[in-house]
Write a protein of this length. Structure first.
Length: 81
């Protein structure tokens, strides 16, 4: 019985870790879709997933966060010549 419990616990842990890893990508994708729906071309901006401690509040434009605020989604407008 203990082995089944431990196996179940291990499986739940593995699944939750996979969900956390994909959650930032999902948030980034949703934000990107909203920006495009507002008329901004997909090649006119860039979104990056950045650890919260690496954010430069004077230059980074944060448009979202994920994984309990461990990461931020940073928006960058791309200039085209």
């Amino acid at each position: 019985m203990k082995k089944i419990f431990l196996l179940s616990l291990l499986l739940c842990f593995a699944v939750s870790r996979m969900a956390l890893a994909s959650s930032c990508d999902d948030v980034k994708k949703n934000i990107s879709e909203k920006i495009v729906k507002n008329g901004v071309s997909l090649d006119a901006f860039k979104l990056e997933i950045v650890p919260t401690e690496q954010i430069d509040v004077t230059k980074d434009e944060v448009v979202g966060h994920c994984q309990n605020d461990k990461f931020k989604i940073v928006y960058t407008r791309l200039l085209h010549q």
